[in-house]
Design a protein around this ligand. Structure first.
Ligand SMILES: [Zn+2]
Length: 152
């Protein structure tokens, strides 16, 4: 895939394992929950409108407009079952998280506490410089290019 480049303002953080600096940007999810997944083998992120429509449908069809957590968790796993392969031929994962581009150490999600509700209602998506943000189609997918704000 030859992805379009998406320039985003960003920051650096230090890798807790190798101390290299990691350049990243953030997407703030507005109306939660937003279904997205990190790749297991790289920092690509899957963020599809088709998945969001499934979520909207479940919310619309639930009593009081609030589906139970188990049905949302099941839906997230159904999305993963039909998700495309990553750019490296790997898979996206429910608990996958950001990995250091230098040493490949994966940041533990939520400091290692696997809280399903927090995972599903995650407000922030971390996009590492050079990662792909994969949407429904190639025209909807982007290569992330982080611009550091050196003047601030
Ligand atoms: Zn590292």
């Amino acid at each position: 895939m030859n992805l379009q480049i998406l320039d985003r303002d960003g920051w650096t953080m230090q890798c807790p394992s190798c101390a290299e600096s990691i350049t990243y940007t953030l997407i703030n999810n507005q109306q939660l929950p937003v279904p997205f997944f990190y790749a297991e083998d790289c920092n690509d992120v899957l963020l599809r409108k088709t998945d969001q429509k499934l979520v909207d449908k479940v919310f619309a069809g639930s009593a009081g407009g609030k589906p139970n957590l188990k049905s949302l968790e099941n839906l997230w796993h159904q999305m993963l079952d039909v998700a495309p392969s990553t750019g490296n031929g790997g898979r996206y994962g429910f608990w996958s998280n950001v990995k250091c581009p230098s040493c490949s150490a994966e940041m533990p999600y939520n400091d290692g506490a696997k809280d399903v509700e927090q995972r599903i209602f995650e407000p922030k998506i971390v996009l590492v410089n050079g990662a792909s943000l994969i949407g429904d189609t190639e025209g909807d997918s982007w290569l992330i290019n982080v611009l550091l704000q050196t003047t601030r």
